[in-house]
Design a protein around this ligand. Structure first.
Ligand SMILES: NC(=O)c1ccc[n+]([C@@H]2O[C@H](COP(=O)([O-])OP(=O)(O)OC[C@H]3O[C@@H](n4cnc5c(N)ncnc54)[C@H](OP(=O)(O)O)[C@@H]3O)[C@@H](O)[C@H]2O)c1
Length: 328
């Protein structure tokens, strides 16, 4: 029986493989994991002795029809050349390589391909797993139910958030090539739907509209890059709060305050308990401190965010033109 193959065990590969194992989506004995540096897989093999590990991608390709590729984008081309002689009509390639288009791949591999743009915030480790039962279909309501519990511990904000999110974290964008079968599409969507919200960009290939590319790039910035941007904003808030308070609010306290406030704001917005305009209205009084801050941020952040998008989209164009040259 063919197994499920996973090539590349870095940030993305490790996260997705661990999610699949933690959530028991596949049995370990159904999975082959390959990484260039084999020693990186030792711990995985120790934790899951039934899993097959290798640094031989051709062995994996001979034994797997459904192959997930998590290598860095520049490595993809050599890898697909290496494994394509072993791929069959039943093969399906799923890759996460940013910037790589179906056209790029189609110039030398004609089989069915899906692209998933995952987000590091979909990490679903054992700690999360302990506090939920994924097979439990009980509809856990939102923050209101949990608020009834007077005994709120330090993990409860996180649990509220998880419950509000139906035990899913992050967004995975999914694109399928035209020749992908419905069965293959469903499999990929179901896997990522177990641990993240999925957004399927299904009419992507129907037209050669450049705006479609742009929409995918902008969605990628919002889902895949944004966790890093949000983390940087938190770090800056924390260090400036620490500095301005002359260390009266230490870094750990500042981080606790900032993260709990962000998380609680997101829960309110996500559950529709309060919308963004409600929060703005209810927080600001005329000429009060918040209103002054809002006016300042509104004026300056629009320009900053606009420039940020321009900068990133410019970089996308450079990457695409390098890839187009390399794949022509
Ligand atoms: N990080 C993110 O948040 C994110 C989000 C969305 C998409 N992506 C995309 O995901 C892809 C991977 O990113 P990453 O951050 O996970 O990279 P990474 O941490 O550098 O991991 C890449 C892994 O692939 C392995 N590898 C490279 N070539 C190989 C080959 N020929 N055979 C077997 N294994 C090979 C590397 O092995 P070694 O151990 O030998 O280095 C490494 O473990 C990129 O294309 C990126 O665009 C990343």
């Amino acid at each position: 029986m063919k197994k499920y193959g996973f090539i590349g065990y870095g940030n993305m590969g490790k996260m997705i493989v661990e999610n699949i194992l933690n959530l028991k989506i596949f049995y370990p004995n159904e999975m082959i994991i390959s990484n260039r540096t084999l020693s990186k897989l030792n711990k995985l093999k120790k934790d899951y002795p039934d899993i097959t590990i290798t640094d031989d991608n051709t062995y994996l390709a001979k034994n797997c029809d459904k192959i997930f590729i998590f290598v860095e984008t520049p490595e993809f081309k050599d890898l697909i050349f290496q494994i394509s002689p072993f791929l069959t009509d039943d093969s399906h390639i799923v890759h996460v390589c940013a910037g790589l288009s179906f056209e790029n791949i189609n110039s030398f591999y004609k089989g069915s391909v899906s692209q998933v743009i995952p987000s590091i915030v979909s990490t679903f480790n054992n700690y999360h797993n302990e506090s939920i039962n994924i097979n439990n279909n009980e509809d856990v309501d939102n923050i209101h139910n949990i608020d009834n519990n007077s005994d709120i511990g330090s993990n409860d904000t996180f649990n509220c958030f998880k419950n509000a999110c139906n035990n899913k974290l992050g967004i995975s964008l999914i694109l399928h090539s035209n020749n992908t079968s419905n069965t293959d599409k469903c499999l990929i969507e179901e896997i990522f739907n177990e641990f993240s919200y999925i957004q399927i960009i299904d009419d992507f290939e129907l037209s050669n509209d450049e705006n479609n590319d742009r929409a995918v790039e902008i969605a990628t910035i919002l889902t895949s890059c944004a966790p890093a941007f949000i983390s940087l904003i938190i770090d800056n808030l924390v260090s400036i709060a620490n500095l301005k308070s002359k260390n009266k609010i230490n870094v750990d306290e500042a981080k606790y305050i900032v993260v709990k406030t962000f998380l609680s704001t997101f829960i309110q917005i996500d559950t529709d308990n309060l919308c963004t305009s409600d929060i703005i209205d209810k927080t600001s009084t005329k000429k009060g401190i918040t209103e002054i801050g809002l006016n300042y941020l509104d004026k300056n952040s629009n320009e900053l965010i606009n420039d940020l998008f321009d900068l990133l989209l410019e970089r996308y164009d450079e990457v695409k033109s390098e890839l187009n040259k390399n794949y022509s």
